[in-house]
Design a binder for this molecule. Structure first.
Ligand SMILES: [Zn+2]
Ligand SMILES: [Zn+2]
Ligand SMILES: [Zn+2]
Length: 81
């Protein structure tokens, strides 16, 4: 089965604009909004990354720190992209 490529990834990935979750100050397992650089915590914490993604309509996040092992998730496609 061939998956259609995710159309939501911005051409330029935004740089993280914070070193911690902007909403609660969490410093581990952070998620970067690839659209605007928002930094939020993951779903095993208070899920601020997800809240931003759904609230702002910025569906594609990357795990921080940015490295080869980072994953990219699209909330609209609901899968890793
Ligand atoms: Zn997508
Ligand atoms: Zn948070
Ligand atoms: Zn954003």
């Amino acid at each position: 089965m061939t998956q259609v490529a995710c159309a939501h990834i911005p051409k330029a990935i935004a740089a993280p604009r914070a070193q911690l979750c902007e909403a609660c100050g969490a410093t581990s397992s952070l998620r970067l909004c690839t659209e605007c650089g928002h930094v939020g915590c993951c779903e095993s914490q208070q899920s601020h990354g997800r809240r931003h993604a759904l609230g702002e309509g910025h569906p594609v996040i990357k795990s921080l720190p940015l490295a080869k092992s980072s994953f990219t998730w699209c909330y609209t496609c609901d899968r890793y992209v």
